[in-house]
Design a binder for this molecule. Structure first.
Ligand SMILES: O=P(O)(O)O[C@@H]1C[C@H](O)[C@@H](CO)O1
Ligand SMILES: Nc1nc2[nH]cnc2c(=O)[nH]1
Length: 301
């Protein structure tokens, strides 16, 4: 928890230093950033004109310690759109502060990124969700935030954003519509959902009583990331899309035999990665629709 002092290594000056370091080493000027969840690093594989930096080599950058998170920043193009992909993220349960977890988001903001697409692996709490479903996140529950584990606790630096940001529209309605429309055009309608993601700190998977409670609270899926990044992105004025891959079903019933494990999470990621990649690539290539009147025709669908 932060008290008076902001965490030592996430000041505006630190973020600026890291941003300048990157900008002086790459000609890429991305407008879209993508955070790849557990086992979803493949999402960055299709980019052209690629330039890659290992997290270890970037000043102040947090380093991933979890299997399925490669720890590389990949700059490149998806069609004609300049993008940057985080192949792997860091989590609260790895021992990082939430300022550090969200540090890359602020770098993206200072680089000129306007939109962030945050992906994750999560456990399905809804009875009718299946392993392999893709859930477009319409809202979230910040459970660690209720207990004061919040990336915006501490002194507010107005250069990043305002003291009391609104979160009721954290996930862009237009981007959600576009994602659902692209999913439908690709023939994915049977396994695309829209739902509420709940963050817990992890690292353990849920007890049955916890899973029941989260479901009663209105969560459709549960995971250990995304919410801090989305919160800091919204604070910084970025447009946000959240995509969650349902990698396992969460047991809500004492008679069920499912036992959540990270191997299954990574396997489901591998199984669906190509389809998710196609969804992202098509969505990014149709991104210009967001700012043109073509949204009207999506709205009427
Ligand atoms: O980084 P994400 O949220 O995709 O990773 C999820 C949560 C844990 O890190 C891990 C559990 O298998 O997958
Ligand atoms: N907390 C949590 N995180 C996950 N990440 C992937 N699956 C799960 C899950 O079932 N629970």
């Amino acid at each position: 928890m932060h008290t008076k002092e902001k965490c030592c290594c996430c000041s505006f000056e630190n973020v600026k230093e890291t941003t300048d370091w990157l900008l002086s080493r790459t000609r890429h000027r991305p407008k879209i950033a993508v955070v790849c969840g557990s086992g979803l690093g493949i999402l960055a594989d299709g980019v052209t004109n690629k330039q890659t930096f290992s997290y270890e080599d970037i000043p102040n950058f947090p380093v991933s310690t979890v299997p399925g998170h490669e720890g590389r920043l990949v700059f490149g193009y998806v069609k004609d759109k300049a993008c940057v992909f985080m192949q792997g993220r860091v989590h609260l349960y790895e021992g990082y502060t939430l300022c550090k977890v969200t540090y890359p988001v602020r770098i993206f903001k200072l680089m000129g990124v306007e939109t962030i697409i945050v992906t994750n692996a999560s456990g399905g709490l809804c009875e009718d969700y299946k392993v392999g479903d893709i859930m477009i996140i319409k809202d979230h529950i910040n459970l660690p935030g209720f207990a004061g584990q919040h990336p915006l606790c501490g002194p507010n630096d107005e250069r990043f954003g305002i003291r009391f940001p609104c979160m009721s529209d954290a996930y862009s309605k237009d981007l959600r519509k576009l994602a659902l429309s692209v999913g439908s055009d690709l023939g994915y309608s049977n396994f695309i959902r829209e739902g509420v993601y709940c963050m817990v700190s992890g690292p353990n998977f849920e007890t049955i009583a916890e899973a029941r409670m989260l479901h009663i609270l209105g969560s459709d899926s549960v995971g250990m990331s995304t919410v801090p990044e989305v919160t800091v992105a919204k604070h910084a004025g970025l447009r946000v899309l959240g995509i969650s891959l349902i990698t396992n079903k969460v047991s809500l019933d004492y008679s069920r035999e499912e036992k959540a494990n990270h191997e299954e999470v990574l396997e489901t990621g591998q199984m669906r990665a190509e389809m998710l990649q196609k969804l992202l690539q098509t969505l990014i290539s149709r991104y210009d629709q967001l700012d043109s009147n073509q949204m009207e025709s999506l709205n009427s669908h």
